[in-house]
Design a binder for this molecule. Sequence first.
Ligand SMILES: Cc1cc2nc3c(=O)[nH]c(=O)nc-3n(C[C@H](O)[C@H](O)[C@H](O)COP(=O)(O)O)c2cc1C
Length: 182
Amino acid sequence: MANILLCCSASVSVYKACDLASKLSQEGHQVRTVLTENAARLVSPQLFQAVTGEPAQVSEWGERREGAMDHINLSRAVDLVVVAPCSADLAARLAQGMANDLVTTALLAVPSGIPRILCPAMNPHMLGNPAVQRNLEVLRGDGWSFVEAEEGHMACGDHGTGRLAEPLTILDVVKRTLDQRA
Ligand SMILES: Cc1cc2nc3c(=O)[nH]c(=O)nc-3n(C[C@H](O)[C@H](O)[C@H](O)COP(=O)(O)O)c2cc1C
């Protein structure tokens, strides 16, 4: 059993992250979910809460916070981090070391040495954009592991590489990463 921090950004594929959260939970892991504000406009945190039995959050400000400093509480005692889906915007913010929402602040506070898995998802042209590729390279250099986006039909109608990896593929990488740690 591991403590997993699942961070989700605003990609149309965020619905797949609910399935991933459910699968991780069924494997016996404790899954805490944090969504960006825009991700929470696409899918309710309550759904993640329902499938994981753990709180799912968007902000550490206001009434919905869990503790005094949730970004620290969330990052403490974490065994593994998964960012799925990772939007172009979130990749840019992480590459810059920004801390302007709960997702980025909690991720900055995760102790070094904790495995971090990033699963990009975006339109193929966005993914191929040099600015996005530059940010992903920075994150690779910072020690992030990747579950690469897959090729196929995109919700926008385009065909190419950019689809979020399937939940079972991500689950498999999580399992192998945790096994290596043991
Ligand atoms: C329905 C919808 C689907 C989107 N899908 C994606 C996507 O798959 N990947 C992406 O990088 N941006 C996507 N975007 C754009 C992002 O949501 C936008 O850049 C947003 O600012 C990202 O915010 P976040 O990174 O804080 O979640 C989508 C926007 C909408 C409205």
